[in-house]
Design a protein around this ligand. Structure first.
Ligand code: XMP
Length: 512
C-alpha cells in the first residue's frame, strides 16, 4: 500500500486539480465525495485535504462529512469551503463576508515557517469566496491575512490542522505549490517517492494475477493513448491471451489504421484483429445531419461490430478498458441535480453490461498524462504515446452535416494537412488538440477564371488541461499561410479556410 492523501470533494471545480498537484509532489492521491470519505480512512493514509465547494458551512443542507475525519490522527488541510467546514466543526464561526473576494489578491504572511516555509512575506493568492471565518476555533492562530480577510490562513500546530481561504492548487496562487509541498512533505512527512512510471511493473503484475494462468481478454484498441497503454500492459502481462480488436469505422484520421497495425505489432506481439466496418458505419449515417443522432448511431454501431468480433473469442471472459481517473471520480454535483447532457460521449470502452465480461482497467486511478508516462516506461513509441486526444465518433463529429464518404475524404485530407504542417513547424508541443473541421458552410470563390461554390474548412487549435475548458491557440502566420494554400490547392472541394477562435465555454472543442 502506497502512502496516500485523501482529497475530500465538496464540489469544487478545482478538486481534480488538487489531486494532480499532490501527485506532482510524488504522492498518490485519491478523490472521494464528502459523504463517503469516512470509508477511506485507514491504511496508508498520510493526510487529508478538504476541497472548496459552492455551499455555505452555516446553512442547513451543506454536504455531509463525518467529523470522525478530524480524529483520524493525520494532518488536515482545509481549502476555502473546506476551511469553513473545519472551523464550524471545531467550534469556530463562519459568517457571510461584507465584500466578496475574487481573483488575484495580495496576502501578508505572518512568519516564513511551517506551511509558509520559504514563502515571501508578501505574496499573491487566488481567492474565490463570499463567506469568511469570523472566529477561530480554540488552538488555532492566524498565519496570513489580506485586506478583506483577516483569517486568510490559520493553523493549529499541535493537531497539525491547517486551513486556507484561498486556492493554493490554482497556478494563479504564485507560491501555492510551495505551500502544498510544505504540507505534504513537511507536515504529513510523506516520502514523495510515488511516480506512475515506477508502478508500471506492478500494474503488469496485477493484470497477470487478475487473469490467472489461462484467462483470456478482449481489448478495444482505438489508436488513442489510453487503450494503447492498456494494450501494452495487458500484452506484457498475458501475451497473446490478450485479443485486441480495432474497428475501422471509416471515420479515422489519415494513416490511423496503418499506425495501429504497424506500430503496435512492431513493438508488441499483440493478437490484433482489424475489422473493416467503414461501409457499415457510413451506410447507417447516410442522410443523417443531427449531431446527437450521428453520435448515437456511431456509438450503437460500434457496439454491434464489437459484439460480433467478441464472438470469435469464446474463451475470453475479461474486457480491457482504458478508463481514466476523471471518469471514475464520483463528483459531488454542485447544485444537487443531474448535470445537463451537452454531448453523449462515445468511448471505445463504453460497452453494454450484457457482454458479461469482467473489466480490466489498469488506468482507473490515473490521469491521462500519467498514463502516457506509464506507456513510455513500457516501451510504447512516442508516436502513439504523444498522440492528441481523438473522440470516439472520430471525424464524424468534425463533419458538420451529412457524413458521406466523399465529405469524410475531404475532411481527412484537410486534417492531414493541418496536423502535418503544424507538427513540422514544432507548433504543437504542449497543445491539447489541433485539427480540421468541415463546417458545412459553402461559399463562392474564384479559381483560375472560374467560379467555384465549395465547402469551407475551419482550423481548430486549442489549449486545455483536461478538455473541460479550453482556450483557442493562434498558429503562426507562416503555418496558417501554408495550411490555407495547401488545402485550397490540394483538396478539390474546399475553396475557403477559416480559423476558429472560440474558447470553451462558450464553444465546445469539437463542433458536434
Ligand atoms: P468537447 O467537444 O465536448 O470535447 O468540448 C472535450 C474533449 O472530449 C473529446 N471528445 C470525446 N472523446 N468520446 C471521446 O472519447 C467522445 O464521444 C468525445 N466527444 C468529444 C474531444 O476531442 C475533446 O478532447
Amino acid at each position: 500500500m502506497h502512502e496516500r492523501i485523501l482529497i475530500v470533494d465538496f464540489g469544487s471545480q478545482y478538486t481534480q486539480l488538487i489531486a494532480r498537484r499532490v501527485r506532482e509532489h510524488g504522492i498518490f492521491s485519491e478523490v472521494v465525495p464528502s459523504q463517503l470519505a469516512h470509508e477511506h480512512l485507514g491504511e496508508g493514509l498520510a493526510g487529508i485535504v478538504l476541497s472548496g465547494g459552492p455551499a455555505s458551512a452555516y446553512e442547513s443542507g451543506a454536504p455531509f462529512l463525518d467529523p470522525a475525519l478530524l480524529s483520524a490522527g493525520v494532518p488536515v488541510l482545509g481549502i476555502c469551503y473546506g476551511m469553513q467546514w473545519m472551523c464550524e466543526q471545531l467550534g469556530g464561526k463562519v459568517v457571510p463576508g461584507e465584500t466578496r473576494e475574487f481573483g488575484f489578491t495580495e496576502m501578508t504572511v505572518a512568519a516564513s515557517k511551517g506551511l509558509f516555509q520559504g514563502v515571501s512575506d508578501e505574496t499573491v493568492v487566488w481567492m474565490s469566496h463570499g463567506d469568511r471565518v469570523a472566529q477561530l476555533p480554540d488552538g488555532f492562530e492566524r498565519l496570513a491575512h489580506t485586506a478583506h480577510c483577516p483569517e486568510a490562513a490559520i493553523g493549529d500546530d499541535a493537531r497539525r490542522f491547517y486551513a486556507l481561504q484561498f486556492h493554493p492548487e490554482v497556478a494563479h496562487s504564485r507560491e501555492g505549490a510551495t505551500m502544498l509541498r510544505n504540507f505534504l512533505l513537511g507536515v504529513c512527512q510523506c516520502a514523495g517517492d510515488w511516480t506512475p512510471g515506477n508502478l508500471a511493473e506492478e500494474m503488469v503484475e496485477a493484470v497477470a494475477v487478475q487473469l490467472g494462468d489461462d484467462g483470456e481478454m478482449i481489448l478495444g484498441l482505438s489508436g488513442g493513448v489510453d487503450s494503447s497503454v492498456v494494450g501494452a500492459i495487458c500484452q506484457k502481462a498475458i501475451g497473446r491471451r490478450c485479443h485486441a480488436i480495432f474497428v475501422d469505422n471509416g471515420l479515422l484520421r489519415a494513416g490511423e489504421r496503418d499506425l495501429v497495425e504497424n506500430e503496435f505489432c512492431k513493438h508488441f506481439e499483440l493478437d490484433l484483429t482489424v475489422v473493416d466496418a467503414a461501409d457499415r458505419f457510413l451506410g447507417k449515417l447516410a442522410g443523417v445531419i443531427d449531431p446527437e443522432q450521428k453520435r448515437k448511431i456511431i456509438g450503437h454501431e460500434f457496439i454491434e461490430v464489437f459484439r460480433d468480433a467478441v464472438k470469435q473469442h469464446p474463451r475470453a471472459k475479461f474486457l480491457g478498458q482504458g478508463t481514466l481517473y476523471p471518469d471514475v471520480i464520483e463528483s459531488v454535483a454542485a447544485h444537487g441535480g443531474a448535470t445537463e447532457v451537452i454531448k453523449s460521449h462515445h468511448n471505445v470502452g463504453g460497452l453494454p453490461d450484457d457482454l458479461e465480461l469482467e473489466l480490466v482497467e489498469p488506468l482507473r486511478l490515473f490521469f491521462k498524462d500519467e498514463g502516457r508516462e506509464i506507456g513510455r516506461c513500457l516501451g510504447l513509441p512516442d508516436i502513439l504515446v504523444d498522440r492528441q486526444p481523438f473522440p470516439g465518433p472520430g471525424l464524424g463529429v468534425r463533419c458538420v452535416g451529412e457524413c458521406t464518404p466523399e465529405r469524410i475524404a475531404l475532411l481527412r485530407a484537410a486534417d492531414h494537412i493541418v496536423t502535418s504542417e503544424l507538427e513540422a513547424r514544432g507548433e504543437t508541443d504542449g497543445v491539447w488538440q489541433y485539427f480540421a473541421v468541415l463546417t458545412g458552410a459553402r461559399s463562392v470563390g474564384v479559381m483560375g477564371d472560374k467560379r467555384t461554390y465549395e465547402e469551407a474548412c475551419a482550423i481548430r487549435m486549442v489549449q486545455s488541461l483536461d478538455g473541460m475548458t479550453a482556450d483557442w491557440v493562434y498558429p503562426s502566420r507562416e503555418a496558417l499561410a501554408a495550411i490555407s494554400s495547401r488545402i485550397i490547392n490540394e483538396v478539390r472541394g474546399i475553396n475557403r479556410v477559416v480559423l476558429d477562435i472560440t474558447s470553451k465555454p462558450p464553444g465546445t472543442i469539437e463542433w458536434e
